[in-house]
Design a protein. Sequence first.
Length: 159
Amino acid sequence: MSLKLINVHIGEVKTGKGQQKLHTILGSCIGIALLWPKHEIYGLAHCLLPKAPDGLLDEMTEGGRYVDQAIESLTQMMRITHYKDIRAVVAGGANMTQPDTPSPEKLVGHQNACSALEGLRLRKIIVVHQDTGGHAGRKMSIACESGTFDINTIPRIAA
């Protein structure tokens, strides 16, 4: 049986198992992976923004446009009822535009990373690896058969 690559695009959440590999490419967006090796299921979200506008989450279906929406969607799609055995990996949140602001708190990448870590902390999900910030993009993947993950830096090309 050959490996099936599942690309997770902006605003998407997907799950995988067995001979599947979840994959995404990130810049200022944040990737959130939930690992549940006990049940051999894995999830990956590619989030564009940190928080859904007030009241919008109640109206939305599953998706990953917002970090808070993505975490909720992943837990539902994976049928997670308790978080004790769940582990998380968070990557992305880079400063891709290099704006003039000296304050990283104002940058969407930083806000995405903070929102993801806070959402996981509130659910008491242990983050086993974090690769966020900086000025370079990242490739993130999860090999579902082994439950392993890879995060590779994409070098910035000089203008």
